[in-house]
Design a protein around this ligand. Structure first.
Ligand SMILES: Cc1cc2nc3c(=O)[nH]c(=O)nc-3n(C[C@H](O)[C@H](O)[C@H](O)COP(=O)(O)OP(=O)(O)OC[C@H]3O[C@@H](n4cnc5c(N)ncnc54)[C@H](O)[C@@H]3O)c2cc1C
Length: 409
């Protein structure tokens, strides 16, 4: 059995420093510009592709780190660089992981390269699940996928919202209802190939934060895609639906629900790590500022009122990282999330990021309130972490149900 250690090994430190270098040298200098432009930072994504950070291989290598710390470490460094640009870089990964997790070998081989493009011609991908009436309540999803047996095609109709890279993606992964009787178990995921007629971008949102990341509605009007674009294939879907109907008849749906929950518990720490990255970035700026800004003839950090805030900020960031690392390790070690430890890590880290970035603005005084200093942007960016991948209220709901076994509403 491996010796217990809380230190990264040499390989991990090397990867962390490499990503940190990219975040510091390429992302940081570009952050304010792309935030103001509110556009996808294509040149930065291209740079990331050239050095190997924008590729499926990069995620696969981090994902297969046996300690589980590869992904959280990468996310923390990228989001330390800049949250908006980082989301533009990792957004494709979220869609790609859906294909890798549920697709056939052929689907992975065909579509992943088209999601990323090449360093000379980069592309992005989008994962489209949320809808205007189905955010936290995924069971209210209305987008329908109907199979046209004569043509071996699926026909998609509906409106998706909040899709990162929605409408500008080369490949869209769309979740749709195939069997309304089964609720969330009647959902399936589809690959919508580039330039498919009927898919269009709706409203592009003007956002509070992470403005370099493109977020938009995706409208699907009689979108016809080949049968081969159903993730995992028709045979597997039919078997899964038959099993779900059987379980519904016998009242045994709990096992499927638990499997879905386990997937979320494993993916949520990655969002926690993003939040740790933004919080750490703001804390570092505030610490530096507090040591150099002089008022009343001494650095402002000489006041306990300021120093204690920094002490609390640092303590909470470290606590958040430990929760994230614990949950990430549990996921690879196959440990059961008996207290919803994945949700805990996302809840705590995202709340810490909001709090710490607000404190950083306060420590910088008037300067913190201007766009001349990055903490203003980091504070706006941090607000996303308590919203996407399950809001803080939904995390609390999951934790409360898990620890109590009660159907808390
Ligand atoms: C910038 C951005 C990027 C995103 N990217 C994607 C993406 O790429 N793909 C995708 O599919 N989705 C994406 N999302 C959608 C995101 O996951 C949803 O916004 C989120 O799940 C919340 O859904 P909602 O906005 O409909 O809020 P609602 O579900 O309407 O919630 C509104 C409020 O009510 C609270 N609430 C709801 N139900 C309960 C309850 N039972 N108990 C207590 N409180 C409750 C919520 O916590 C929240 O405070 C993105 C969102 C944003 C803002």
């Amino acid at each position: 059995m491996a010796e217990f250690t809380m230190e990264l090994n040499d390989d991990q430190k090397q990867v962390r420093d490499w990503i940190h270098g990219f975040a510091a040298d390429v992302m940081r200098p570009a952050a304010a510009e792309w935030d103001e432009r509110e556009e996808t930072p294509w040149p930065v994504i291209q740079e990331a592709a050239k050095v190997g950070i924008y590729s499926l291989d990069f995620y696969a290598q981090q994902f297969f780190d046996p300690t589980g710390l590869g992904i959280p470490m990468a996310m923390e460094e990228l989001f330390w660089g800049d949250a908006g640009i980082a989301l533009s870089i990792v957004g494709t990964g979220l869609a790609a992981i859906g294909v890798v997790a549920n697709g056939t070998e052929e689907q992975i081989g065909t579509w992943i390269p088209q999601m990323y493009g090449t360093p000379d011609d980069v592309k992005v991908a989008a994962f489209c699940s949320s809808e205007p009436d189905a955010g936290s309540d995924v069971g209210s999803m209305r987008t329908r996928a109907v199979y046209d047996q004569a043509k071996d095609e699926w026909v998609l109709n509906g409106t998706k919202t909040w899709a990162t890279n929605g409408g500008i993606a080369n490949v869209h992964i769309v979740v749709a209802v195939v069997d309304p009787e089964l609720g969330t178990k009647g959902h399936a995921s589809f690959i919508v190939p580039p330039n498919t007629p009927g898919l269009s971008q709706g409203q592009k949102f003007k956002k509070h934060g992470i403005r370099a990341s493109h977020t938009a509605e995706v409208v699907l009007e009689d979108v016809r895609i080949p049968g081969s674009c159903l993730l995992g294939g028709k045979e597997k879907l039919d078997e899964r639906l038959a099993r779900a109907h059987e379980r519904a008849r016998s009242g045994g749906g709990e096992r499927v629900k638990n499997a879905a929950m386990a997937t979320f518990e494993a993916s949520r720490p990655a969002v926690g790590a993003m939040a740790v990255g933004t919080a750490r970035a703001a804390y570092e700026v505030a610490l530096d500022y507090a040591k150099t800004r002089t008022q009343f003839g001494r650095p402002i950090i000489d006041n306990q009122g300021v120093a204690f805030q920094l002490a609390d900020m640092r303590t909470q960031i470290d606590a958040a990282r430990l929760l994230v690392w614990r949950a990430s390790w549990m996921a690879v070690a196959g440990r059961p999330f008996e207290s919803a430890e994945g949700s805990m890590s996302k809840l705590f880290a995202s709340e810490v990021a909001k709090k710490v970035t607000a404190q950083a603005v306060q420590i910088l005084g008037g300067n913190g309130f201007t766009r001349e200093y990055p903490v203003e942007r980091m504070h706006r960016d941090s607000a996303i972490y308590t919203i996407f991948e399950g809001t803080s209220e939904i995390q609390r709901l999951v934790i409360a149900r898990t620890i109590s076994g009660m159907p808390i509403r």
